[in-house]
Design a protein around this ligand. Structure first.
Ligand SMILES: CC(=O)CC(=O)SCCNC(=O)CCNC(=O)[C@H](O)C(C)(C)COP(=O)(O)OP(=O)(O)OC[C@H]1O[C@@H](n2cnc3c(N)ncnc32)[C@H](O)[C@@H]1OP(=O)(O)O
Ligand SMILES: NC(=O)C1=CN([C@@H]2O[C@H](COP(=O)(O)OP(=O)(O)OC[C@H]3O[C@@H](n4cnc5c(N)ncnc54)[C@H](OP(=O)(O)O)[C@@H]3O)[C@@H](O)[C@H]2O)C=CC1
Length: 292
């Protein structure tokens, strides 16, 4: 089984910085890549902030915090990932963007390295087919926020070999997370169940059954969910929610997965949730205010 010592992470957004955070804490060398130098800087600032909070709460020691930061290097070029043992792609949930990344990555990455995608919904078999190593390609799907969530889904493509699967399992265990194995179907397990629920909450808002506050309170207090579905949608990112619903709708060809027109409208407005400071809530003031 291939030992993973050096990890590459493509995309320094909320998932990329979370994966870099937990891998560095587990003692792996991490190279974090993004197309934008500003994104790399803000990703690193987020990691630093989250590690500092964990140290302040005595979840980790100051020494562990310092060591983790020392394990992370930044690069704005895929060449910087050439000698990684495993590279996890965490760019936006658009298949054409991911395909281009894998095409360019394969040209520079050592042949024995494993490539993974953190995609929320896209077929692993299809992504693997655009690489030079479908047998060493796998879905490693972390949950958000990565430092706090226990689960990682592992998804084998049709060609993924046993060595790659076992290495990925060992990697996830080393990060202290639990594995759930999913077959390669649209949106896998967690999002196959979670996203239709969120989409239904948006329909509930669209049809005027309740307002934002009522819907979130109903599910928090009435079903004991830690976050209301609209608050959670803002947290995930409304662009990501829409992409997942589109993959479910197209992949399963069932109208029950039709993305709510209100979700489409928010994304078209650029109101993507927390990351753009506006979604079902407006985050620009001292406390989130419902937008409906
Ligand atoms: C879309 C996909 O493909 C798949 C997905 O990921 S779907 C999304 C899955 N995730 C969820 O469903 C999350 C649902 N929410 C929760 O479980 C909880 O609200 C939560 C775990 C996020 C927060 O827990 P909570 O009990 O509400 O506590 P809360 O007080 O808000 O936060 C606990 C601590 O974690 C911290 N925290 C939040 N995000 C963090 C992060 N990224 N890194 C480190 N710490 C973080 C909080 O700041 C807080 O610390 P302080 O008390 O020092 O402020
Ligand atoms: N949000 C969530 O709750 C979860 C998301 N996921 C999945 O993880 C992936 C990332 O999501 P998330 O972190 O939320 O998204 P973000 O939008 O927060 O981050 C994506 C990052 O990738 C960067 N990026 C875009 N194109 C490239 C490229 N060609 N090369 C390198 N970096 C690039 C973006 O830069 P820029 O902004 O400059 O374009 C941005 O920094 C998606 O596939 C998503 O479905 C999985 C689990 C949970």
């Amino acid at each position: 089984m291939a030992q993973i010592n050096k990890l590459g992470v493509i995309g320094a957004g909320q998932m990329g910085n979370g994966i870099a955070h937990v891998a560095a804490l587990a003692g792996l060398d991490v190279v974090l890549n993004d197309v934008s130098a500003d994104r790399l800087k803000s990703g690193m600032a987020t990691i630093n902030g989250n590690l500092t909070r964990q140290a302040a709460k005595k979840i980790i020691s100051d020494e562990a915090r310092g060591q983790a930061l020392g394990h992370i290097t930044l690069t704005d070029s895929l060449d910087g990932l050439a000698d990684c043992d495993l590279v996890i792609e965490t760019a936006i949930e658009k298949e054409d963007v991911k395909r281009k990344i894998f095409h360019d990555l394969c040209a520079v990455l050592k042949p024995e390295a494993v490539i993974a995608s953190n995609t929320s919904s896209i077929s692993i078999t299809r992504l693997a087919a655009c690489t030079d190593r479908p047998e060493r390609f796998i879905g490693i799907h972390f949950m958000n926020p990565v430092p706090l969530m226990e689960l990682v889904e592992l998804i084998r493509g049709i060609a993924t070999d046993d060595t790659t699967f076992e290495s990925a399992k060992e990697f996830v265990r080393r990060l202290g997370k639990q594995v759930a194995v999913s077959e390669d179907f649209p949106a896998f397990i967690v999002n196959r169940i979670l996203l239709p629920m969120i989409n239904e909450a948006i329909y509930t808002l669209y049809e005027g059954v309740g307002n934002v506050e009522a819907i979130d309170a109903a599910m928090k207090l009435g079903a004991h969910h830690p976050m209301g579905p609209l608050e959670l949608a803002d947290f995930i990112g409304l662009d990501i929610c829409l992409s997942i619903m589109q993959v479910l709708h197209e992949g399963l060809a069932d109208s029950k997965y039709r993305p709510c027109p209100l979700l489409v409208k928010y994304v078209e407005a650029g109101w993507l949730g927390r990351k753009t400071q506006r979604g079902f809530y407006d985050y620009r003031g001292p406390k989130p205010v419902p937008t409906r």
